[in-house]
Structure formats: C-alpha cells, structure tokens
Design a protein around this ligand. Structure first.
Ligand code: SF4
Ligand code: SF4
Length: 428
C-alpha cells in the first residue's frame, strides 16, 4: 500500500468518536492522541505532508496495540488496521526511531520468526539474565527471561518490563507431515505449526491435529511451511512480511486442500488478509486471494464441520478470553463459545470485558511495558472474578501473557487453548 491509498482509507473517518470507548488505550488514559480518531488524525497529517514525523507522533502510534477493537465499532467502516500497519512501515523507514531501540525490536522479531533461534534465544537470555541480575539489578516485577539492558532498549528506558510466561524447558516441536483421519475421511486439510506455537505450545499443535483427525480430516503439515509474516506485518516490516507470505504461498503451490486451518489468531488474521496485502502483485495476487478464502481458525472450522460420532466430556468451570486478532481481526467470537458449551460437564461462565486486549499484542508487552501491565492487571482481575478453573483462548501471545499475570497473582486458574480442551474432552 502507498500513502495515497492509506490517505483514502483514513479519509473515511468522519471524526464521530464512536470508536473511542472501544479503544483500550483511550479508556485507560482519556487522551485524544491515544485514541483511534486521534491517531488517524496524526497519521493523516504526516502522510498529507502537513506535519513532520516527530518522536511525539511515533509515541502516539507506538502505544496503539493494533488490537483493532476500533474497527467493529466504526459505523463508517474505517479499516484502521490497514492504515496503522502502513504507517508503522513508514515509521520504521523514517530513521527517526533511536537506533538502539530499532535494532533491539527488529532483533527480537527476527529471533521469534525462526523457531530454533527463538528457542535458543530464550534459553540464552535466561542464563544471561541470571548472570547479570546481581550486577544490573532487576525491576520490581522481575525480568524472568530477559537481561535488563535489552528490556530497557526495547521499551525506550522503562525498567518495568514483565516477560510472558514460558515453559521451563523450551525446544522446537515438530508435527508429522501427514496424520490420517480417524474413522470416515471427510476432508483434507493443511495446518500451520507457527513460529511461536512450535516453541511454546507444541502440545496445542498436537491437540489441533488430534481434534481434526477425530473430525474426519486427513491433516497435512508440510515441513517447508515457515513463518506466515504476521509478526512483520503487525510491526510495520511490510517487505519482510510480503517475503514470508510469498514463501507460504510457494510452499502450498500445487497442493489441494479443503481448508488451511490455523490455531494462532495473529497468524490466521494475517493469512486471511493475504488477498488484500498482495492484491497488486502480478504473480501472487490470485493465489493469495485463494488461500485467504480457504483459511479458517481451528474453532471456526471444527464448529462448522462438527465432530460426528465423538462424545465430549470435560468437567470444569471455564471462561473465555477473546483474542483481539480472533474477535476483531476475524470476527470469530461465537464459534469457540459454542464448541465449549457443547462439551458435557463443562460450565462456561462469562468474562467481563472479554474482548478487551490483555496487553500482549505481539511485542507490545516489551515495547510499552507500562500500558501492557495495566491491561494485564485489569484482565487478570476480571478472570479471577469469574471463579473459573480454566481460562480458554485462541492465541499464543495472550496465553503466555495471561499465564504470567495469573501466576504473579498466585492464581491456580489454568490457561488453555480451546482446542486443547476439545482434545482432552475426547479422551475423557
Ligand atoms: S468511529 Fe470510525 S469514523 Fe468515527 S471517529 Fe472512529 S474511526 Fe473515525
Ligand atoms: S487498534 Fe486498538 S489500541 Fe489501536 S486505536 Fe484501535 S482500538 Fe485503540
């Protein structure tokens, strides 16, 4: 996308303010420039050439979670997510961001995209953090997995960075390239292992395969499928995101599947947008649109095809947190709730502000630790108030971040992906 297109999208904003109450950063601060309407005005003024790209403007955009809660609230259909992703790319190319902060952020993203490097980085940073702690000190909240100087470079100086909860032992999981349907074969599907999912939540990937098999699916997982580019697109690295999207399309070229099933909300939201992101590409536009049309979140797909002949039982009180890129990015809110409610013995209880961002938002918890902390505290308090045994969700970033918040509060509430509950319900 170019400035002209982004300006056109932004010009749909009639400044009515209906989006304001949906925006977490505006609700927390009441500051216009930290609202969707205020940010659209800031971005438009730079793109129209009325204002220079200043550090104040960058700060206003950096505090945006990219949660897209403003989109469904907007009666004019402003595609805020597309505008802000374009503008973030502009920020990264402007050279205004301090070099140390820029390099730290992009270094973290590069590590997260490569599962082996991500796993190695997590192990190394824990060791380094432990070794440096007596010299550098640690924040009041603790830097569980990251040395203080790196955390400060990322956040522009804050010493309050809280790291997401990660397993004690991190390694790179690998799914079989083919897992046959159990019982009658009804569909042939492809799944994405994901970068973060493979390292932190391989058990969720295994559960995804198991549930799909029981739903009558042959499950393909081509080993050459890598990062979908979501981390890059959300952070404003457009060209790198496009490269990764094309690599995914190339890996799937020549294969025919009934659906491309995704268990990470951030990845699913991006792949569903490949058609738009690559609409001007003369080689890949049609394939990108085709893949987007076949992409479904795992809860969406299972709810659609059902689990005929499978009895589900899972006695527990469960509440459900809406991941932003599932609820706002994909409009998937009812399907996971209907799936959970269909399980015998499971009581689904409502969560207050279930669709309000938890503050994880990709690398937001590292770059904006203070705002992320306030959102996490609010989310955790709401979860604890439900009295549930388990909080279910559909995105790895939320899982790791909310798990850290619950652990910090000494809560025994478990964090589970919806598909893990389904997999265990089949076994029970
Ligand atoms: S609701 Fe839509 S049109 Fe109204 S201020 Fe927000 S973005 Fe602009
Ligand atoms: S994406 Fe989220 S944080 Fe950003 S302006 Fe919209 S609602 Fe606010």
């Amino acid at each position: 996308m170019n400035d002209r297109k982004a300006i056109d999208l932004a010009s749909k904003c009639v400044r009515c303010g209906f989006c304001m109450d949906a925006c977490p950063t505006y609700r927390l601060t009441g500051i216009e420039t930290l609202s969707p309407r205020g940010r659209i005005r800031l971005m438009s003024s730079v793109m129209n050439g009325e204002t220079d790209m200043t550090s104040e403007i960058i700060a206003g955009i950096d505090t945006c979670l990219g949660c897209r809660a403003c989109e469904p609230a907007c009666p004019s259909g402003v595609q805020y997510g597309r505008i802000v992703e374009h503008f973030r790319n502009r920020i990264e190319e402007s050279g205004v961001r301090p070099k140390l902060q820029h390099d730290a952020k992009h270094g973290i993203l590069a590590a997260m995209r490569e599962p082996h490097l991500f796993s190695l980085s997590l192990r190394a940073s824990r060791t380094l953090s432990g070794a440096l702690a007596p010299i550098m000190g640690s924040s009041s909240h603790g830097h569980a997995d990251m040395p203080v100087p790196i955390a400060q470079a990322l956040s522009g100086g804050s010493s309050q960075t809280l790291m997401p909860e990660t397993p004690d032992s991190v390694s790179v999981g690998s799914l079989p390239s083919f897992s046959p349907a159990i019982g009658e074969r009804r569909y042939s599907v492809c799944i994405l292992q994901g970068c973060v999912m493979r390292v932190l939540y391989h058990q969720t990937n295994l559960a995804t395969v198991r549930v799909l098999q029981h739903a009558g699916c042959d499950v393909h997982c081509p080993p050459e499928l890598g990062c979908c580019g979501a981390l890059d697109f959300h952070a404003g690295n457009h060209s790198s995101g496009v490269e990764h999207a094309k690599a995914v399309l190339a890996a799937l070229r020549g294969h025919e599947y009934d659906a491309f099933v995704i268990n990470s909300a951030g990845c699913g939201s991006t792949i569903k947008e490949y058609g738009t992101l690559l609409e001007d590409d003369p080689i890949w536009a049609a394939e990108a649109a085709g893949l987007s049309a076949k992409t479904l979140d795992v809860s969406e797909f299972i709810e659609r095809i059902g689990l005929p002949g499978v009895s589900l039982r899972f006695p527990a009180v469960v509440t459900y947190h809406d991941a932003c890129h599932l609820a706002h990015g994909q409009g998937v809110t009812d399907q996971p709730r209907r799936l959970l409610s269909s399980i015998e013995g499971l009581e689904l209880v409502p969560l207050h502000e279930s669709d309000m961002c938890c503050g994880s938002a990709g690398t937001y918890n590292l770059t904006q630790p203070d705002m992320a902390r306030r959102l996490l505290d609010r989310k955790v308090a709401n979860i604890i108030a439900t009295g549930a045994d388990i909080v279910a969700m559909g995105n790895p970033g939320c899982m790791a971040w909310i798990a850290r918040g619950l652990k910090e509060q000494g809560s025994a509430i478990r964090v589970m992906h919806v598909v893990e509950i389904l997999a265990q319900a089949i076994s029970a």
